[in-house]
Write a protein that binds this ligand. Structure first.
Ligand code: HPA
Length: 242
């Protein structure tokens, strides 16, 4: 059985999935992290791989950019491929002065300007948050190596509205990215588990941006935290969401 956007067979995906935005990054993570990784889908160049990590089956699948894209892939993985747990790994632009390039952020909630927070329950802006269990597990794994807090998941990479950033910064929002809210909304709708872990790749206050070498080393730290959080508890329980 293939779904409209994933050309894999039943059983091709592991219950645990790491989800970067970039398909090239998915290939790289699969090569670096997984044992015996094989490609299981390539529809539209959105690559998915399955292998094992520390002896447990694990998949890596790209999400593309933005809430619409990650919502499609996360929904199909949860609904049709038996996936139970997705951890997004990506980059973000920092808002707070206290953050530096390369810092890792565990996303405890996602504000959004996308309709993903408001489309499901008329009149209500959903509180978009990760699975509490995955959040706790990621923080236990990360220790002092990560910050934890809210981000903005925006539909706009290019939006010249500095007052929006100022207000979000005043509210303690750590950074901006484009997918966490979409993923969290889908996980809630499908009654599955999700989390987002980010690396600060650029700083919206200072204009600083990470070079390619720093992206690689810092990316690895984020992926290790995400993969270990994915593994922290058994899967296969019919116990519903965290
Ligand atoms: N905005 C949105 N997404 C991002 C950014 C940003 O500044 N940096 C990295 N991902």
């Amino acid at each position: 059985m293939a779904t409209p956007h994933i050309a894999a067979k039943p059983g091709d995906f592991a219950p645990r999935v790491l989800m970067p935005g970039d398909p090239h990054r998915a290939r790289r993570i699969a090569a670096d992290l997984l044992t015996d990784a094989r490609q299981v889908t390539d529809v539209r160049g959105i690559l998915g791989f399955t292998g094992s990590y520390l002896g447990e089956p694990m998949s890596v699948m790209a999400s593309g950019m933005g809430a619409p894209s990650i919502s499609i892939y996360a929904t199909e993985l949860f609904r049709f491929y038996g996936v139970e747990r997705i951890v997004r790994v990506g980059t973000a632009g920092a808002l707070q002065e206290s953050l530096s390039l390369g810092d890792v952020i565990v996303v405890s909630s996602a504000h959004t300007d996308a309709t993903t927070a408001t489309i499901r329950v008329p009149g209500v802006a959903l509180s978009l948050a990760p699975s509490p269990r995955l959040l706790v597990d990621a923080l236990a794994v990360a220790g002092d190596a990560a910050r934890v807090g809210p981000v903005l998941s925006s539909d706009y990479f290019y939006l010249d509205r500095p007052e929006v950033l100022d207000r979000l910064t005043a509210l303690g929002t750590l950074a901006i990215e484009m997918e966490a809210a979409g993923l969290y909304a889908v996980a809630a709708a499908e009654r599955r588990e999700a989390l987002t872990v980010l690396t600060v790749s650029d700083h919206l206050r200072t204009g600083a941006a990470m070079d390619a070498a720093a992206r690689e080393t810092r990316y690895r730290r984020m992926v290790d935290i995400a993969a270990r959080a994915l593994l922290a508890r058994p899967v296969g329980g019919a116990s519903g969401p965290a």
